[in-house]
Design a protein around this ligand. Structure first.
Ligand SMILES: Nc1nc(=O)c2c([nH]1)NC[C@@H]1CN(c3ccc(C(=O)N[C@@H](CCC(=O)O)C(=O)O)cc3)C=[N+]21
Length: 304
């Protein structure tokens, strides 16, 4: 039976560590400050943002939830970011994605002061990460490394295969794995004979954004699978592709009319030695690492 790498347990450990650091900072008169900017009402953003704001409050941060209207302009957003950049009490700025189409997301993300960029999306942080300098790394890939380390899965010397090359997940995950001395391969939609490559993986990171894309034949028996995908399934046909005969998921589907599935087909997990479930895996780590990044940003920026 494969081992389930429980995101909730590991996230709780990280948050415990962050809480200790917050206590030590408080003794020195410092409170980490996080500003979460949420534009308009993207249904998917509601849960995530609520979770981020709530967690930062629980940990004793100064927490600000800023909610510009759906109709906000790029100029207005730039003015907001300039204000947050200048504020002494704010250590981290997060602009929740996606943004409405009249707002130029790239221009905005590039305007966030790199030392306050707790998402690790700024090109300066991407460059620092790749150059092996002190950097704020993107939260999801940082969470992937934490899961592996805290679960005692050896990274050094392992064959790590990352499927997906996004700037937010795939690329930085590959870089972080490389820094941990894995032998890293990045695959994508043009990769020839993808299964032959993924079957070499001791650590398989799935960050494609397509439900159940990784099938059992693509997995080396005993491999560790980290499933980064979060896809909502809301038709019976799709449901049956992944969860036919699964009573627990059936109940969830009946209750809410939808369920989440990762980028890995549930049957592929059965071939693995250990895997992160969806939900309850990497997503929870993303939030915990945002908290860790904010404390780190506070310490660096305040010279501590
Ligand atoms: N600037 C920015 N930074 C982000 O980090 C960012 C973003 N924009 N836009 C959207 C994505 C998505 N994201 C998630 C965070 C937590 C869960 C999470 O907690 N998931 C839980 C619950 C999932 C559920 O029940 O819906 C789980 O996987 O178990 C998922 C996804 C952060 N993102």
């Amino acid at each position: 039976m494969p081992k389930v790498l429980d995101g909730a347990t590991i996230a709780a450990e990280i948050k415990q560590d962050v809480a200790e650091e917050v206590k030590a900072l408080a003794a020195r008169g410092v409170k980490p400050g996080l500003a979460v900017v949420q534009v308009g009402h993207v249904p998917a953003s509601e849960i995530y943002v609520r979770n981020k704001v709530q967690t930062s409050k629980e940990l004793g941060f100064l927490s600000e939830h800023i909610t510009p209207a759906e109709t906000v302009t790029t100029e207005e957003m730039l003015a907001l970011i300039a204000t947050l950049n200048a504020r002494e009490d704010i250590d981290g700025i997060l602009v929740q994605l996606p943004l409405p189409k009249q707002v130029d997301a790239k221009v905005l993300l590039d305007a966030i002061a790199p030392e306050k960029d707790v998402d690790g999306f700024h090109p300066v942080n991407a460059g620092r990460l790749q150059a092996g300098r002190q950097a704020l790394a993107p939260c999801t890939p940082a969470g992937v490394i934490e899961i592996l380390k805290r679960s005692g899965i050896p990274i050094s010397g392992a064959n790590a295969v990352v499927v997906g090359r996004s700037d937010i997940v795939g690329k930085p995950a590959a870089m972080l794995l490389l820094h941990e001395n894995a032998t890293v391969t990045i695959c994508h939609s043009k990769t020839r004979d993808l299964g032959a490559v993924t079957r070499q993986a001791d650590i398989l990171v799935a960050a494609i954004g397509r439900p159940g894309f990784i099938t059992p034949d693509m997995v080396k028996p005993g491999a560790t699978i980290i499933d980064v995908g979060i896809n909502r399934i809301d038709t019976r046909e799709e449901f049956d592709k992944f969860f036919k005969g699964n009573d627990k998921r059936e109940a969830a589907f009946a209750k809410r009319g939808s369920v989440l599935v990762g980028d890995v087909h549930p049957a592929a997990f059965e071939v693995s030695g250990a895997y992160t479930p969806v939900p309850g895996g990497v997503g929870l780590l993303t939030i915990a690492m945002l908290m860790a990044n904010t404390v780190r940003a506070a310490k660096i920026r305040r010279g501590m």
